[in-house]
Every structure is written in C-alpha cells, then in structure tokens.
Design a protein around this ligand. Structure first.
Ligand SMILES: *Cc1c(COP(=O)(O)O)cnc(C)c1O
Length: 233
C-alpha cells in the first residue's frame, strides 16, 4: 500500500488532469465526480479517500465490501459505497445492506431481487443500469437494444431509484474504441431520458486509462483505481 502522502499527491495530480480535460471539453469540473476504486486494497485505502475529502468509493465484490466495512474509520463509513462489479441475484440482499448504490444492474431478474431486498431493509436503493455500450463480448451489461426495456422495468419498481447509466469500455489499444463506447452511452442516455421523461443524470464512465475521453463525452463519475493506489496485486 502506498503512503497517505503519495496518495495525496496522486489525487492532486489526477484532479488537475480532470480539470484540464474539463477545460478542453468546455465543462465545469464540479460536474465530474471522482470515485476511488479500492478493490483489492486494504481498508486503509478507503480511509485515505475519506481523509482527502472524496465522497465515494467503489468495490467490485459484495463479500469484499462486507469484510471491509467494519474495519474502516467512522468517516469512511459515511462515504457513499458503490458496487461496481457484477452482481448475482442471490447476493442482492447482501449488496443492498452493504452498498449505497449499485452500478452494475443489467437484468430484469436482478432488478426484481434488488427491489425486494430494498423493501425488506426499508430503504430506497439508488442504482445505475450497466450497458454494454461497446458491444464487448467479454463484458457484463445489458445490450444497448435491451436498455429501454430494462429502464422501464426499473422505473416500475417502487424501491429503486434510477440515477443513470454505467459502462466499461472494451480493452483496446485503439483510443477510438473507448471514445465510441462513451459517445454511444451518452446517446443512449439522451434518448432514454427524452423518451421516458426522466433525468438519468449520472453517466458513470471512464477509468485510469480512458477517463479523459469519458469526460469529453459527458461522464459525470469517473471510477479510478490504479492511478490513485497503484497496480493491483
Ligand atoms: C477496477 C475497476 C475500475 C478501476 O479501474 P482502474 O483501471 O484501476 O482505474 C473501474 N470500474 C470498474 C467497473 C472496475 O471493476
């Protein structure tokens, strides 16, 4: 694990890269939130984020989130914990108990399980719909053509609140692939928001390797691990 000092300087440098990407895109940096992806790192990684005033962290496995939550500082428990990895329906209840938002919702079956779990725990669960906007056979996420049906199903469920959409760009040496993926998610969002009369404010897209392209395409939430904490083991 890197030191807090090292983490602070990485956050500072990332923030200036974000500001520069926003400047090029004619956007206000306040419209791009940084989600610190702490998966595989010790609970102290979450405490680092809280100490620097970040507001949200991302984990990709339910079990890892559950294991870490009791081990972090009280300020860290007050952050927004977001699940960004694939979720199986049978873990919906555990996910609802541990996380404040689930970004990886990609099927109607999972929607139903999350809605029921949210009802049972007496909360409204914030979600994002994960869309495979890059048509990547290696990625989870609903296919773009299924997005309208998935959104309609989500909007019909009383214990869920749909904040927006999420995508992961296909791994590629060609930056145009990520650019196309992000532009596609943005278009899908704009179309759905207009046709359903909902805001779908959040566009969760962009990671260490492609956040600048994501910001250019309208990302409101970049999910960054490696640039903040170094390589994962
Ligand atoms: C691991 C992960 C990230 C962060 O990736 P980095 O390249 O380390 O920034 C972002 N989003 C998801 C869904 C992830 O699983």
């Amino acid at each position: 694990m890197i030191s807090f000092l090292e983490f602070s300087s990485r956050v500072e440098s990332l923030r200036s890269q974000i500001a520069e990407a926003c400047r090029r895109a004619g956007r206000d940096p306040a419209g791009v939130e940084l989600l610190a992806v702490t998966k595989t790192h010790p609970p102290a990684a979450i405490d680092y984020a809280a100490r620097l005033g970040l507001r949200a962290i991302g984990e990709n496995r339910v079990q890892e989130g559950i294991a870490k939550r009791p081990l972090v500082a009280p300020e860290s428990a007050a952050l927004r914990w977001e699940l960004i990895g694939h979720l199986q329906s049978n873990k919906a209840r555990a996910a609802v108990e541990c996380f404040d938002r689930v970004q990886s919702v990609d099927s109607e079956k999972l929607l139903r399980h999350l809605d029921r779990a949210a009802a049972e725990t007496g909360k409204t669960l914030a979600i994002l719909l994960q869309i495979n906007a890059g048509h990547d056979p290696a990625k989870f996420g609903a296919e773009p053509e299924d997005a309208p049906r998935l959104l309609d199903a989500a909007l019909a469920l009383p214990n869920l609140r749909v904040d927006g959409l999420m995508t992961i760009a296909p791994l590629s040496g060609d930056p145009a692939v990520a650019e196309r993926t992000f532009a596609n998610l943005r278009e899908i969002r704009d179309r759905l928001a207009a046709s359903r009369g909902v805001e779908l404010r959040e566009l969760s897209m962009g990671m260490t390797g492609d956040f600048e392209a994501a910001i250019a395409a309208g990302s409101t939430l970049i999910r960054v691990g490696t640039a903040l904490y170094g390589e994962r083991q």
